[in-house]
Design a protein around this ligand. Sequence first.
Ligand code: SR1
Ligand code: MG
Length: 426
Amino acid sequence: MPDSQHTAYEALTVDTLRSRLGTLPAMTDRVGTDPSAWTVEEVGDGNLNLVFIVKGPAGAVVVKQALPYVRLVGESWPLPLTRAYFEYHALTRQAARDPGRVPDVHHFDADQALIVMRYLSPHVILRKSLKAGIRHPGLPGHLGLFLARTLFRGSDLHMDTARRKADLALFAGNVELCDITENLVFSDPYFAAELNRHTSPQLDDAVAALRADRDLKVAAQQLKMAFTAKAETLLHGDLHTGSIMVTPDDSQVIDPEFATYGPFGFDIGMLLANYLMAYFAQAGHEATPAERDGYRTWLLDVTADTWDVFAAEFGRLWRTERTGILHQASLYEDQGDRLAAEQALHHQLDAIWADTWGFCGVEMHRRILGLAHIEEFESIDDPDIRAACERKALVLGRHLAVNRRQIPSIAAVRELAERIEREDLR
Ligand code: SR1
Ligand code: MG
């Protein structure tokens, strides 16, 4: 686009959105041609962006716009608008790799850091459902397939090498968002970083113990190195339960602005950590003790089933879509050696398994000790109850991060979570 057509960035408001986007076909086609008949609501409750729901006689859309700073902190923490560009490109990749699992993009404006996309209704943010004790039977199937398909199809196992290298270069530009993850997930929880906070004084002893925990700090830095150096596939980059919207029978994955090339296990570990934190938070949300025991079991089922669906689909894709430069069929199947392909698959899944539990562990820590907390814990008013829930998650997180290469099975993770929840283990 010639320079003369560039428009200087300006944050939208509920008052200016109609005049600024009122003639955009992506809007008028879907909302209606008369902007004065539109209603505009700003609903962004995430840490970074503006999110508007625009409704009119013809329908509704979501308009998401990046702010030039971290919304959670304020203008003192500038953040590049280019994250909208990475989100747009990630959404297009994910839509191609697992069709129907991410919202349709109707329009992208790089100058305004703005994406017009499908209004998801009657979807709600998954995290709110997990807090309310609502089950979503399709969840592990949807998310397990999403993980396998996006991760496998974004890697050198599947992609044409030139396209994969071009994408590696493109997403390598998402520097500042990676920097947030590198600091907030892998380092800040383990020292007195400026923006850290925790439930105090109840967790002061646990925080001091984790900061003095040599094995844990080394593990966290090894995981940080895996995140920065293992450019295995295109990640969503921020796959927590606030990045998923659900109905009784649909799940949609949103907000991939942290997209980058990284290790297969990162998105999986983040997601499983958020299921497990929801598990430990239930005591803060049940009216009477044990009332939510069935729901606790369901959350552990979801954790296990998500991994199982992921592994099964990853294996299927390994056998049917291994068209990239790694583990070529010419080395294995074409020589009549199918067992070699299976052996390589098992080694790959073992490596992903270990990384998954490591990332899962540190994600649990940073949501309790760092800057960005989660609603399931934050909304527990009684600090003693909140701290008791959080302490259990810290214990499991420490075990998973340090012992990630020795976790024998998903049943073992379940049993560990249940014993920690019963206060059998500390
Ligand atoms: C400063 S941003 C804090 C967190 O919010 C995002 O959703 C990511 O999880 C990030 O780590
Ligand atoms: Mg987000």
